[in-house]
Design a protein around this ligand. Structure first.
Ligand code: GCW
Length: 914
């Protein structure tokens, strides 16, 4: 045997570890996102001299931005020989300067015009805003036009935002942590205070302004009342100051119990006069410090947050009390419709969390103050990978509404997976609710256009942090897209992706085309390998919301049920036989969802409970679709790596490497998802996969089948998160994760029962090794064969050295297999569990010769082995021949027991292709 090509997959190891490990924190700059002003290949001829007519901070900032941007775009090119200047100002200032005194249109505050004045060679380019905010948006628009290689049309252009309220919500806590944030610590808070260094906040506001976002709610909706204390408000005013120059107004999430918690009142009943007075006084105090304060966001009577229900009051009572306090100052109340009971009785076939928002808020229509906006999540559940549009958008005609989406990828891969969400948001915005039986797309409902509301909004829960805003370089596409869609919901997701790619990566058409294609396919791919057909993200809904855990949504009060049993799957939400949720839509839409025949396949299981053998519109059965989509989605994730590799040398090396490491990780994690969901439904339905893949893993050698030294076989919980439900863990003599209080669930050691260990057989069935004479079973693998052999009775549950269980004196454990496939060069993937609580180390050797070593130091959720932290290291290009011994040695650390699921001998793992 030889291992000539000892080509270790650095990205799967070192780089991944670095990148998924604790964020590397450095200065935060907008060029970590799209605001880079990379030199453009084809220069556009615009004047380079910039002149602002007004003195406001915003307008002067806009002029400075233009100056900086134009210089960047020009690169080291000699300035074009263009006379004239770019003149900026509000329409009032233009009139005062006697430019177009008569000819300027009436502009709304955030509206702008960009137009040419004069004739070549001396012509000015004018940016006229309805206010200085409009001027700022005009300046950023001009820069975007130039940065994306376009021209200002000869006839000029005029733009105004479609949706008035365009905010991000940050879920930052005063201690600097961020709920559902995946990019490090807060840029706003630390140790219970506003951070001293608010430079990143200014840069963030600049990024937001560049795509038209005009507000930022800086704290968690699970709000800390302490933020409304007088001293804290002074600190918060510094944040508002840092954002003001960019036209981004600060908002706060408030705890409705504040009058009692910090105000010294005996109650927080919103109808109590003392409570009303307290809020009015608090609003006065805030506006004295922050004159452009935007308003309050409220989460009440939801997931344990206090609310008006405690006093028998309605959300309207609470919202109107706050609204009255803010109205004199021009502030708004964003009252979240995310109000539901999380103690539902799952046995009740009529119980349905999806109904809650409409049931609670529809009856309040017309009773909310004009400065209240009901903020509605896009779907009726909770940011799932696929949900129908919330029917509440069609159920409020005399109430302002906003749509809430997530830039932070809580249920969509937490920025470790590439998931470009603009196509999802577009589908939601374009969905025709058919309110009053006429065309009423959601975008017109939330803009206020349909029912002539003065307010409306689009809000993104963003949760930026100190790690380059969103952690992953490609994830900033979602923030960019959110701003662009809130400004103009008619833009296409492709166009936005192309704009973003040109500004962020390169204007090279190979880069733009590749990246747009990857972005556009990323949400469908993620849906395919997580939760297709309207099943929602099949994740651990009570924990990290990350890895697979199909049953986590069942048999509890949270109401995210999919009701899978042996016969079928899906929630019956019809009016005829189910919860009646479908009836909350206006009649035309309700009719489509009510019938299985007309319900779109991608929402079938959201609305209907069907047998596994039910046929979709193309004739495929539901169960076969579940198998096929998971395999297709995981393959797609592998392709992303190959496609990305074509960009090497064409984009910034660091972004290339960081993103590649993430994509390689994603390709492996998509397999974890695929296998978990597929093996779950295979077992639940008992229906085999027509294509013979489900439960059959060519080339896979299970850890529990290996000759184990020190390692113990454990049951992984949920079982579907490990190949065959089992893994091995290396127990430290002391302080181990197997038996530590609260840590042990899912790690129950399995007793050895004479030959119980399994090998994987050709049909993908787990058979006992003593079903075969020497514990040996050939596998039919298509291109090559692998035989797994338990060489000696496996040592599961026992130590190789009596009395020295686990890591023992050597400090490590090992698993060993005899390779019996064909000779050749392969990639060997080791699937292990990278737990928090320690940095375990692994070594892979063949016939005693080292092939690879790596540390389990990625930052993946949770402290016990399951799908959250199942990950792989791939050693590339290893020569193998029959009879070789492959050995993995694991050294536990802290509470990380170096747990191992399997190794897999592969060809063409994309991580190994570069
Ligand atoms: O999706 C859930 C999140 C919670 C969040 C809640 C909400 C801030 O898991 O972390 O709480 O939604 O939107 O209020």
């Amino acid at each position: 045997m030889g291992i000539p090509a000892k080509k270790i997959d650095l990205f799967a190891g070192l780089a991944l570890a670095l990148l998924l490990a604790s964020p590397v924190v450095g200065a935060q700059t907008t060029d970590q996102a799209w605001l880079k002003y990379l030199p453009v290949a084809k220069p556009r001829e615009v004047p380079l001299h910039v002149h602002a007519l007004g003195n406001s901070q915003i307008e002067q900032g806009a002029a400075a931005e233009l100056d900086r941007g134009l210089k960047g775009l020009a690169g080291d090119r000699a300035p074009a020989d263009v006379q004239g200047a770019i003149i900026l100002g509000t329409s009032l200032e233009f009139r005062k300067a006697e430019r177009h005194a008569a000819g300027l249109p009436q502009l709304a505050a955030e509206e702008f015009v960009i137009q040419w004045a004069g004739a070549v060679p001396h012509r000015d380019l004018e940016i006229v805003g309805g206010s200085d905010g409009g001027v700022l948006y005009g300046a950023f628009t001009l820069l975007r036009i130039l940065a994306t290689g376009s021209d200002v049309p000869a006839t000029g252009l005029r733009e105004a935002p479609a949706i008035p309220i365009r905010w991000t919500d940050e879920w930052d806590n005063p201690d600097g942590s961020i709920e559902r944030g995946y990019a490090g610590r807060s840029i706003f808070f630390e140790n219970g205070h506003v951070r001293q260094d608010l430079a990143p906040v200014g840069e963030y506001a600049r990024l937001l302004a560049s795509v038209g976002i005009n507000g930022c709610d800086v704290n968690n909706v699970n709000a800390a009342a302490v933020l409304l204390e007088p001293e804290m408000l002074k600190e918060l005013a510094r944040i508002a100051d840092a954002m003001r120059q960019w036209g981004v107004r600060m908002a706060l999430s408030v705890d409705l119990a504040s009058p009692q918690k910090i105000g010294g009142l005996a109650t927080y009943d919103p109808l109590d006069p003392a409570v009303k007075k307290w809020w009015a006084g608090k609003a006065d105090e805030i506006y004295a410090l922050i004159p452009d304060f935007a308003g309050f966001t409220v989460k009440a009577d939801s997931e344990g947050q206090p609310g008006p229900a405690s006093f028998g009051r309605s959300p309207a009572d609470a919202a109107n009390t706050l609204a009255a306090a803010l109205a004199p100052h021009g502030g708004v109340v964003m009252y979240r419709a995310f109000v539901y009971n999380h103690h539902l009785d799952w046995r009740d076939p009529k119980a349905d969390r999806a109904r809650a928002a409409y049931d609670i808020f529809h009856p309040l229509d017309g009773s909310l103050a004009p400065n209240v906006v009901v903020q509605i999540k896009y779907g009726p559940i909770d940011f799932q990978v696929r949900e129908p549009v919330s029917p509440l958008f069609g159920g409020l005609e005399k109430t302002n509404e906003a749509m809430e989406v997530q830039v932070t990828q809580e249920y969509t891969g937490q920025q470790r997976h590439l998931v470009y969400l603009a196509p999802m948001w577009k589908e939601t915005l374009d969905f025709d609710m058919r309110a009053r039986d006429r065309a009423t797309p959601v975008k017109d409902l939330i803009s206020g256009k349909t029912f002539h509301r003065s307010l409306g909004g689009m809000v993104a829960v963003t949760c930026v942090g100190q790690d380059a805003w969103l952690g992953s370089p490609l994830a900033t596409a979602n923030l960019y897209a959110f701003g662009r869609l809130a400004w103009d919901p008619d833009l296409s997701a492709e166009r936005i992706a192309a704009e973003w790619a040109r500004q962020t990566l390169s204007s090279d058409p190979v880069v733009v085309n590749t990246v747009v294609k990857m972005l556009m396919q990323s949400w469908p791919a993620y849906e395919d390998y997580t939760g297709p057909l309207g099943l929602q993200t099949l994740t651990d809904i009570t924990g990290s919301h990350y890895g697979p855990n199909v049953e986590a949504s069942e048999r509890n009060g949270w109401g995210q049920w999919h009701r899978a049993d042996h016969e079928g799957v899906g929630m019956d939400r019809t009016v005829a036989t189910g919860t009646g949720f479908a009836g909350q839509y206006p009649p035309e839409a309700a009719k489509i969802y009510e019938s299985r025949k007309t319900c779109p396949d991608d929402l079938l299981l959201f609305f209907h409970h069907v047998p596994y053998t039910y046929r979709l519109h193309d004739g495929k059965t539901v169960i076969q679709y579940l198998y096929d989509s998971h395999y297709a989605g995981a393959e797609r994730a592998e392709d992303f790596v190959r496609e990305w590799d074509a960009l090497k040398g064409r984009i910034d090396d660091r972004i290339f490497a960081e993103t590649r490491a993430r994509l390689v990780y994603q390709a492996g994690d998509a397999i974890v998802w695929r296998d978990a969901v597929v093996q779950y439904f295979l077992k639940m339905s008992g229906v085999p996969d027509d294509k013979g893949r489900a439960g059959h893993y060519p080339g896979r050698l299970e850890a529990e089948d290996a000759r184990l030294d020190g390692y113990k076989v454990i049951d992984v919980n949920p079982w579907e998160d490990a190949s065959g439900g089992k893994a091995v863990a290396c127990e430290l003599q002391e302080n181990n994760a197997l038996h530590g209080p609260g840590e042990g669930d899912g790690l129950q050691p399995v007793r050895w029962q004479g030959g119980k260990n399994a090998v994987l057989a050709a049909e993908g069935v787990f058979l006992r090794s003593n079903d075969f004479p020497q514990g040996l079973k050939p596998l039919s693998l298509g291109s090559f064969d692998v035989r797994a052999k338990a060489r000696t009775p496996p040592l599961a549950g026992k130590s190789s050295r009596p009395g020295k269980a686990g890591a023992g004196e050597t400090g490590h454990c090992s698993a060993e297999w005899i390779y019996s496939g064909e000779a050749g060069r392969f990639d060997i993937a080791a699937q292990y569990f990278d737990l928090q609580g320690g940095v375990a180390e692994f070594k892979l050797d063949v016939n005693g010769r080292p092939v690879a070593s790596w540390a389990a130091n990625a930052n993946l959720p949770t402290r016990r082995p399951h799908g959250d932290n199942s990950t792989r290291y791939t050693a590339c290009g290893v020569d193998l021949k029959p009879g070789d011994t492959i050995r993995v040695e694991g050294t536990p650390d802290g509470s990380d027991p170096a747990a191992l699921d399997y190794i897999q001998v592969l060809r063409d793992w994309p991580a190994c292709s570069d």
